[in-house]
Design a protein around this ligand. Structure first.
Ligand SMILES: [Zn+2]
Length: 206
């Protein structure tokens, strides 16, 4: 495969990028001066070298970032290593952007767990895409008084919520399991829900 086709193929795999856009990216890059290309390639390299996944919630974070003047444990993100957060509360979300949406409401002070996706059916090969084993470990080690399942109210989100609830109950019967209150439109996604609606869904959880 020649370099143009190879690069087009790589860009085509990016979210929301189709073959046409991928082609445009390649032709755009061809016109850039060498310094800009070097800048771009080293930024991509750095992303892989500096960004780590939090060992507790699986949020990506900049490894050598310093929080409130003191370095924190190398394996934990800013939220998980923040002693002011409520360690009795765990909120399970599908993806990083959902975590950010909930953080933006400023109404939640507990911890998170990023599941890494949702499934349409309870098929083994689909379920294996999710962090179910990691979740079991987290629930076992965490000793949470409440676990909030905050998945999107889409069919996939609901199927996955059932799976997550079963998983938690197998490990631990002491944690209270809650769900976001209705209010987020059916089929809607946390990411696109306005702060006020998300806030009341969070406060009205049951
Ligand atoms: Zn974390």
């Amino acid at each position: 495969m020649d370099s143009i086709n190879k690069l087009t193929e790589l860009f085509r795999k990016f979210p929301t990028v189709g073959s046409r856009t991928a082609g445009r990216f390649v032709y755009y890059l061809m016109k850039l001066p060498k310094e800009r290309i070097d800048e771009l390639t080293s930024a991509i390299q750095e992303l892989k070298n500096k960004i780590k996944l939090c060992q507790l919630c699986f949020q990506p974070f900049e490894a050598n970032e310093i929080v409130s003047g003191s370095p924190r444990p190398a394996e934990l993100c800013a939220i998980c290593s923040d002693t002011r957060r409520d360690k009795n509360l765990l909120c399970i979300v599908e993806k990083e952007t959902d975590l950010l949406s909930i953080e933006n409401t400023k109404k939640y002070n507990g911890l998170y767990f990023i599941l890494g996706g949702t499934v349409a059916m309870m098929r083994k090969e689909d379920i294996s895409q999710l962090r179910i084993e990691e979740l079991k470990k987290r629930v076992k080690d965490g000793n949470f008084s409440e676990i909030i399942i905050a998945l999107n109210p889409t069919p996939e989100g609901r199927t996955t919520s059932v799976l997550v609830e079963q998983t938690i109950k197998e490990i631990n019967q002491n944690s209270k399991i809650t769900h976001l209150a209705r209010g987020i439109p059916v089929g809607g996604e946390l990411e696109y829900t306005d702060e006020e609606t998300l806030e009341s869904a969070l406060e009205g959880r049951k």
